[in-house]
Design a protein around this ligand. Structure first.
Ligand code: A3P
Length: 302
C-alpha cells in the first residue's frame, strides 16, 4: 500500500495531473459506455512496450486488402498513434458529449488501451473481439519509460528515483508485472481472443511473428502475398528506421485529449538490451528478483 504522496508524485511524473485525471475518468467512461463489436481489434500494452510499432503493424496487416485505405500512404503521412486511438484518453475523456458516434465506424474498428485486462470494458470480453497485447522485458521497459517521461516532463526524474517507483509498481496503469500477467493469463485461457506478443520476439523473428498476427486477426498472408514479399514490405514500412525518419514523425505532433506529444518522442533506439547501458548490477539483481517472484509458475518469461 504505497503512501499517497509517493503515488501522487509518480502519477504526476507519469503524465501530469491533467493527463492522469483524464485517463482515470476516461477509463471509467470507457468501462461504462464502450460497446465492443465482435470484429473490433484492441491493441493493448503497458506504456513503452512497443505500442507505436504494434499499432502500425496491426493497421497495415488489417488494411492491406482494403479498397478504402491505402495503408502505405496513411503510415507515411500520419503517426501510427493516429490510426488507432486510445480508448481511455482519446475516445473517452472528461467530456462524454465529445465521444464520436462509434457505431458509424466501419469494421474492423481499431482501438488501443494501456488498461490492464481486468479493467477493460466488459463488452470487450463479452463480444469476443480480438485483443493484441505486446509485452516487453521489464528492464528495457523501465529504461524506455524513464527516457520518455524525462523528454515530456517539465522536471527530469533521477534514474534512481524512477527505478524505485517502478519496483514499487507506482504507475498510473498499475504495476508492470500485474499488467503483463493479466494479459498473459487471458491469453492462456482464451488464445483465440487474446494474442500475446513479445517485443523481443518481434525484433528477433519479425516474419514469423507477423504471420502469427495475421492468422490471429483472421487475415493470414496468402502464398501469393508471401511470394510478392508483402510481409517483408510491411516489416520495412513499420520499422523504427523507416518510421522515425518520415517527415511526419520528425516534425509532427500527436494530439491526445490532455496533451500534445512530439511524434519523434515515440521513437528512440528501439533495441533489445539497452538496459545494459543504464542499470547498475544492483538494479539488475533487484529487478530480476522481483520478476522471478512475480512470474513464478505462470509460464511467462522474457
Ligand atoms: P526505446 O525507448 O527502448 O527505444 P511505445 O510505443 O509503447 O511508447 O514504446 C516506445 C518504445 O518502442 C521505444 O523504445 C521506441 O524507440 C520503440 N519503438 C517505437 N517504434 C518502434 C518500431 N517501429 N520498432 C521497434 N521499436 C519501436
Amino acid at each position: 500500500s504505497p503512501n499517497i504522496e509517493t503515488y501522487g508524485r509518480s502519477i504526476y511524473w507519469y503524465c501530469g495531473w491533467y493527463g492522469a485525471i483524464d485517463s482515470i475518468v476516461g477509463a471509467m467512461l470507457a468501462q461504462k459506455y464502450f460497446k465492443a463489436r465482435p470484429a473490433d481489434v484492441l491493441v493493448a500494452t503497458f506504456p513503452k512496450s512497443g505500442t507505436t510499432w504494434i499499432k502500425a503493424l496491426v493497421f497495415a496487416t488489417l488494411n492491406r486488402g482494403s479498397d478504402l485505405i491505402n495503408y502505405h500512404q496513411f503510415l507515411e503521412s500520419h503517426n501510427p498513434h493516429q490510426c488507432c486511438p486510445f480508448l481511455e484518453f482519446e475516445i473517452y475523456s472528461r467530456n462524454i458529449e465529445a465521444v464520436p458516434d462509434l457505431s458509424k465506424f466501419p469494421d474492423p474498428r481499431l482501438f488501443s488501451t494501456h488498461l490492464p485486462f481486468q479493467s477493460l470494458p466488459t463488452s470487450v470480453i463479452d463480444s469476443g473481439c480480438r485483443v493484441v497485447y505486446v509485452g516487453r522485458n521489464p528492464k528495457d521497459n523501465f529504461v524506455s519509460s524513464w527516457h520518455y517521461f524525462n523528454k515530456i516532463s517539465r522536471e527530469a526524474e533521477p534514474l534512481e528515483e524512477a527505478f524505485d517507483c517502478f519496483c514499487k509498481g507506482l504507475n498510473i496503469y498499475g504495476p508492470y508485472w500485474e499488467h503483463v500477467l493479466s494479459y498473459w493469463k487471458a491469453h492462456v485461457e482464451r488464445p483465440q481472443h487474446v494474442l500475446f506478443l513479445k517485443y523481443e520476439e518481434l525484433k528477433a523473428e519479425p516474419v514469423a511473428q507477423l504471420k502469427r498476427l495475421a492468422e490471429f486477426l483472421g487475415c493470414p498472408f496468402s502464398e501469393g502475398e508471401e511470394k510478392e514479399g508483402v510481409i517483408e514490405d510491411i516489416i520495412r514500412l513499420c520499422s523504427i528506421e523507416n518510421l522515425a525518419n518520415l517527415e511526419v514523425n520528425k516534425i509532427g505532433t500527436v494530439n491526445f485529449t490532455a496533451s500534445t506529444v512530439k511524434g519523434s518522442n515515440f521513437f528512440r533506439r528501439g533495441v533489445v538490451g539497452d538496459w545494459k547501458n543504464h542499470l547498475t548490477p544492483e538494479m539488475v539483481g533487484q529487478l530480476d528478483k522481483i520478476t522471478e517472484q512475480k512470474f513464478q509458475g505462470s509460464g511467462l518469461s522474457f
